[in-house]
Design a protein around this ligand. Sequence first.
Ligand code: GLA
Length: 422
Amino acid sequence: MRTLRTLDKQSNQTSFITQKFEETFGGSPAFIASAPGRVNLIGEHTDYNDGYVFPVAIDKYINIAARKRPDRRVTLHALDVDDAWEFSLDTLPAIPPQAPTWSRYFIGVASLLEASGREIVGIDAVITGDVPIGAGLSSSAALSVAATLAFLTASSELVGDGFPVPEDNKKKLAALCQRVEHEFVDVKCGIMDQTISLLGKENHALFLDCRSLEYEHVPLNLGEYAIAICNTKVKRELAASEYNKRRAECERGVDILSRRIPCISSLRDIALTDFKKHEEELPALTQKRCRYVIEENARVLEAVSVLKGRSQSAPEETDASLIRLGSLMNASHNGLRDDYEVSCKELDLLTDIARSITGVIGSRMTGAGFGGCTVSVVHQDALEIFQTRITTEYHQQTGIEPEIYLCNVSDGAQVFRSPGLS
Ligand code: GLA
């Protein structure tokens, strides 16, 4: 069951995009493919190290209203960036040099779907959404997931409302969307964002083992606490290259450590005690990067067990367990700032302000870093003061108006069909 607020929001978005489709192409769209962004509660930069993550899907979506075409052309209008692009499925997988970045997700998805043996058809589509772009809430994963659903639906691979495919197929689609980032956008991302966008569940966090891809939906028993996301509104051009560098540094660490510790193939396989015995053999920078990842994996496991334990414990213990969750989030941010070095002064400022407010139990950056958003766990009674203080103090010190999103934890990607669409 989706909350009324989420349903309302989705139905407003549905009417808006339907109208835009009609204005652009004439006639109604056949369906709307909708994929959510995410916020990661804990487990940052662990996914490409075969580790653990703990994200939730949020009620912010990328929506694609589409209709199949009788030929193999793909005509796209991206409303939020006021841009359009067109290509033919016959030219895949070539990416014309002038293709805008957003169109590469469609070119990539279509290429990989065809390469997997599926027969896809051309589409007319308009794209819009409210996942802030480049803010660390996975707008690009949501775009590739929604594009995948759009091609599959138009090509009659998906029949019926919702997204009625077995969960194992969703994992395969997540892997396909991850390949799009690697091969068509040149970001060597992990599997977290695409998986949560496909497998999110309302009011649950996804505990995902990024090696086996086994997962568990853990009820998000936050009681009187809410999740607040704050956007620094800062974007770093270096994010993609620094991201790929971090990945390479971790691989280097594994390579060196595997000469000392047998049977390891990723940082996930190394216990902190073993790491401490051998860390001196690593170059200083590699040492810091690896330490962070190993500690972060342990924090995710503890955070998951804290949340799972809450349903069974007495009310006075529940607050103590949430406070522990908050401390783990704080420690995660400190590691990202000091050892992994992917934070920035604006993210640090937002977490510092948040942590100084009574009623905030934890605050950390979320996503790849170098800008983007923080995630905080805030007592309901403190939400008002939280919003006031974050807005005024962040603005005073940076001159930037931050954005604050109080999101519901939502279901994963869906397809809504005409008539009515929702
Ligand atoms: C980006 C990537 C993810 C993950 C996070 C950091 O969002 O797409 O795969 O690595 O950064 O945790």
